[in-house]
Design a protein around this ligand. Structure first.
Ligand code: DO4
Ligand code: MG
Length: 310
């Protein structure tokens, strides 16, 4: 049995869905109602597949549709998981390190080369990317900051971590980055990476044992403006500099992240560094094993600089 899992909002209820080939099932009454409940206590690459098989045996599944393309007619496709925490690593692909340094050199000569430094250092660059609150799902809007003129998409393979902080599943993600804020000063990284609507995950989670080789995956990133493709980029996880275990080691070092934590692994899809997302663009991140993560882009409203002392 090869399948993916996700969440569907039907009316006011959330249902866990299981996608097998083209068919979509929901878990019968009495079974878990959130993917996070299923992930709890899972350890190891087979754990999620085994848990789903147990749930099928204990509660049974009912067919929702035999055409996955009709799924959005039955409800709203939610995030495949409401993540307690979202973390990320960066500069895990040489192309991205070189492209970032080239652009930084153009913008500011005094901090040149920091990305190549991180790429070859022993310590991985781990950064916080927010919570459930700041992360959206498939077909929801991602937001640009009102104080950024250049925000770029980052298409990434994303790990879903089990109880021991190692992957039990994979999904796709878009690590939106306010590149102008990041390059102004690396100390602004939090503001360049975290705000409401700064990341997306989905559309589904695939159990870890169903990805034959996570270092042999092809990711694609397309940006459409007025319906036309204006950016098309792709990259392979074979170019990932570090092992997944190494990335998880640096995340977990004196930092016990909860089960269900989402972990972005860095982008392998380089985007021209003079590109900026605009309102109403659409970004599509895809990988054949998982599907397509589609998000339209909106911009947060300007907030008055009303910070006089009270
Ligand atoms: O410091 C920059 C983070 C880089 C990043 O997010 C990536 O390489 O994907
Ligand atoms: Mg990234």
């Amino acid at each position: 049995m090869s399948f993916k899992i996700g969440q569907l909002k039907i009316g006011n209820d959330i249902a866990v869905i299981i996608i097998e080939n083209n068919q979509v099932y929901k878990i019968n009454k009495g079974g878990p109602q959130r993917t996070l409940d299923i992930l709890r206590d899972c350890v190891g690459p087979n754990a999620l597949s085994e848990k789903i098989r147990d749930i099928k045996k204990n509660f049974g599944f009912s067919l929702l549709t035999s055409e996955i393309k009709d799924l959005d007619k039955l409800g709203i496709i939610e995030k495949p998981l409401y993540p307690p925490e979202v973390w990320a690593v960066g500069v895990t692909y040489k192309r991205q390190a070189l492209e970032h340094d080239k652009d930084l050199e153009k913008r500011k000569s005094d901090s040149k080369g920091i990305y190549s430094y991180v790429y070859s250092s022993e310590r991985a660059e781990v950064f916080f990317k927010g919570f459930n609150r700041t992360c959206v799902g498939n077909l929801s809007s991602l937001f640009l900051r009102s104080d950024s003129k250049q925000t770029m998409p980052e298409a990434e393979m994303v790990l879903v971590l089990g109880e021991d902080g190692l992957p039990i599943g994979y999904t796709l993600g878009n690590d939106l980055t306010a590149w102008d804020i990041e390059t102004e000063s690396p100390l602004f990284l939090n503001q360049a990476k975290i705000w409401d609507g700064s990341s997306s995950i989905g559309p589904f989670i695939i159990p870890a044992d169903q990805i034959v080789d996570p270092y042999l995956c092809m990711l694609r990133c397309v940006v459409k403006r007025d319906g036309k493709e204006i950016i098309k980029s792709s990259g392979e996880t074979s170019q990932l500099k570090r092992s997944i275990e190494e990335l998880c080691y640096f995340l977990k070092l004196h930092n016990k992240v909860p089960c269900g934590t989402i972990f972005f692994t860095g982008t392998c899809c380089v985007i021209p560094h003079d590109f900026a997302l605009e309102d109403n663009d659409e970004v599509i991140v895809s990988m054949s094993q998982i599907g397509e993560l589609r998000n339209n882009i909106l911009r947060h409203k300007v907030v008055d600089k009303n910070y006089n002392r009270r």
